[in-house]
Ligand binder design. Structure first.
Ligand code: GCB
Length: 626
């Protein structure tokens, strides 16, 4: 095996380790996910649930987190998890903690922005919450956690229930046997410590918000219930708008044996059918609907899809559309499209902290609409499900990504298993969202054979999980040789749509050099998935004055000249819609802990570059759909 030592993302200094060499490992990567997906209920936000959002008591487990981990790194079951109380007035001294009198944090939310002493804390925080519950006979109850960053360990009434790794996808833990009538409590230890073998790994250019960052609820379901479904426009050999009336997919009933009836109704589309589960509890279908109004940014039509089996029923809002690649074109419902978008971290405008409320999402989509965008890249991990719901309703197309960002331990099979797990969780949660048109498996990873094999396997896994959407990734490099830039990353071969990140005019060369660059890029649809420059809102100056808004505009104007000369570019995704917190950005008075490449400041103030894009997108003056 050849040992490769490659330069990765060279030329950019400061925010990253630019030069990395890779050891030689002979690894056999599993072709498919090795672990079964733990329970993940699809469509929880469309079910009636008992919300556990609100005030949760918390305790900080100072590193090395002896409250959670033994010296050997095992998880303790006998400490804070028990939620016992100290003898304060009499009896022998016992416990050294007390959730009942501890302060509280709001859930959903991070701990960093709620407790000033925890602003930079990365480690273990314990959460505790009391709730009343009345079990109903013949039901099963799940604790649904929208996301907890990064590892979570869950106990209910002192029983260890489950754990989960991954900071941006939901998980459901069955708590039926642990619950009792009356008062109950849940204790969750959340560990935000970054790990070399984590996804993402230790180096990130965003803020590592820790905690129960998304909604938490209890979901009570009948013994047999619908846990997963996929209802989509069937992908035929060639797309024909006149014949776009066949729906396909499946409904899975957990706990069902073969022959259990499942009904699928979409009244507006004339669908009313009863299916039967197979031995795995899955009822597949392929059926004619009446002529459908297809989902598109111009007409984001959603249908009420009603599913029922036995005692369980669920209604979702689903759009139907066809997305595919044809040569270097991206076709939506058979029509070539050009994506006018912006990148976005899951950060709330005005208040910072993770975006996790309806208000946050409304603000973000307000900006996207104002920009005349039809597309958003939700970087660099799955965002709150509200984002895709809003995108479905508002007609904004979405790039959705798992957090394989830059330096990942690509040589380790267990990391591959984690990656497939996260991919499964992302696809399972969002496959019924018409707005999601691209699954991305990575961002800016170093070009070497181990990485390429890992990501190619992962791209194939994504395709297998969902054959209806193109697969993409954001590539980085090459370096300019004179005015030539040739993208030779072999991983592009495994992609349907190639994301090309480049920072000409900021991390390398001068803005005007962009005018003369000759790009050689794969003959596939290319999205310029990141480009831009920092500018601090309110600083004005000449077009070459770093940090001035005028300079950011200048970089983009030259980028537009360059991009207009690349025939297969099918989308623009400037980095980034809004300034975002990043602890690696430490120039006082300019950055102050924020990456300033936003078209908007973190408090929603528009920089001049916002207007540049607003005008260009309105006029459709940069790039062509075909
Ligand atoms: C990139 C990364 C993004 C960074 C950005 C930057 O290429 O994908 O996560 O924040 O550059 O600003 O350096």
């Amino acid at each position: 095996m050849t040992c490769f030592s490659k330069i990765f993302a060279g030329g950019r200094i400061g925010c990253r380790n630019a030069f990395v060499s890779f050891a030689c490992y002979a690894v056999t990567l599993p072709a498919l996910a090795q672990q079964p997906l733990k329970t993940l209920l699809v469509g929880v936000d469309h079910r009636s649930v008992m919300s556990l959002n609100g005030d949760w008591h918390y305790l900080v487990d100072q590193p090395p987190a002896k409250g959670l981990y033994t010296a050997e790194g095992k998880v303790r079951d006998n400490g804070y998890a028990l939620n016992t109380h100290p003898n304060i007035s009499s009896g022998p001294h016992n416990e050294e903690y007390d959730f009942a009198t501890a302060p509280t944090l709001k859930v959903p939310g991070d701990w960093n922005t709620q407790d000033p002493t925890l602003f930079r804390f990365e480690g273990v925080v314990w959460y505790q919450h009391d709730f009343d519950f009345q079990p109903k006979p013949n039901t099963r109850t799940f604790l649904h956690i929208g996301a907890a960053n990064y590892r979570s360990f869950v106990w209910v009434n002192q029983k260890r229930i489950c754990d989960h790794e991954g900071g941006f996808t939901p998980f459901d833990c069955e708590v039926t046997a642990a619950l009792k009538a009356g008062s109950n409590f849940v204790v969750i230890a959340v560990d935000s410590t970054r790990q070399v073998d984590g996804i993402p790994s230790v180096g990130i250019d965003w803020f590592n918000y820790g905690g129960l960052t998304r909604d938490v609820s209890l979901v009570t379901l009948p013994m047999q219930f619908i846990d997963d479904y996929d209802v989509h426009l069937k992908r035929e050999g060639t797309f024909s708008a006149a014949n776009a009336d066949t729906l396909a997919g499946y409904i899975h009933v957990e706990g069902a044996t073969a022959g259990i009836p499942v009904t699928l109704q979409i009244p507006e589309a004339g669908v009313n059918t009863t299916l039967k589960t197979d031995a795995e509890g899955r009822a597949s279908f392929d059926l004619k609907a009446s002529k459908l109004d297809l989902w598109s940014p111009e007409t984001p039509k959603l249908y009420k899809v009603e599913l029922a089996s036995g005692q369980d029923e669920l209604t979702d809002d689903v759009g139907f559309r066809d997305i595919r690649v044809d040569g270097t074109r991206i076709l939506l419902n058979g029509k070539a499209i050009f994506l006018q978008g912006a990148n976005m971290h899951a950060e709330a405008p005005y208040r910072t902290g993770p975006a996790c409320t309806d208000e946050d999402v409304k603000n973000i989509f307000g900006f996207l609409k104002d920009l005349n965008a039809n597309f958003v890249r939700l970087a660099h991990y799955p965002h709150d499900e509200r984002m895709e719901r809003a995108a479905d309703r508002d007609g904004i197309m979405v790039w959705s990504e798992i957090p394989l960002w830059q330096h990942i331990s690509f040589d380790k099979p267990e990391v591959y298993a984690k990656a497939t797990y996260m991919l499964n969780e992302m696809i399972r949660r969002d496959r019924n969202k018409a707005s999601v048109i691209l699954w991305s498996v990575s961002n800016e990873t170093p070009n070497n054979p181990t990485r390429t094999q890992f990501l190619t396997n992962l791209a194939n896994e994504a395709r297998k999980l969902d054959p209806t959407r193109p697969i993409t990734s954001a590539l980085i490099g090459p370096h300019a040789k004179g005015n030539e830039m040739v993208q030779h990353d072999p991983f592009a071969d495994a992609l349907d749509v190639v994301g090309q990140n480049e920072y000409v005019g900021w991390y390398e060369m001068r803005p005007e050099d962009a005018d003369n660059i000759k790009w050689t890029l794969p003959q596939k649809p290319i999205l310029i998935s990141e480009f831009g420059a920092e500018a601090k809102q309110g600083i004005h100056g000449g077009k070459d004055q770093r940090w001035a808004e005028e300079q950011q505009v200048n970089v983009y104007e030259h980028q537009f000249v360059m991009i207009n000369k690349i025939p297969q570019v099918r989308g623009l995704i400037p980095w980034i819609l809004m300034d975002f917190r990043s602890p690696t950005r430490n120039i006082p008075k300019l950055q102050d802990g924020f990456n300033r490449k936003g078209l908007l400041s973190e408090d929603g103030k528009k920089k001049q570059a916002f207007y540049l894009f607003q005008t260009a997108y309105k006029a459709r003056s940069v790039g062509k759909a075909e």
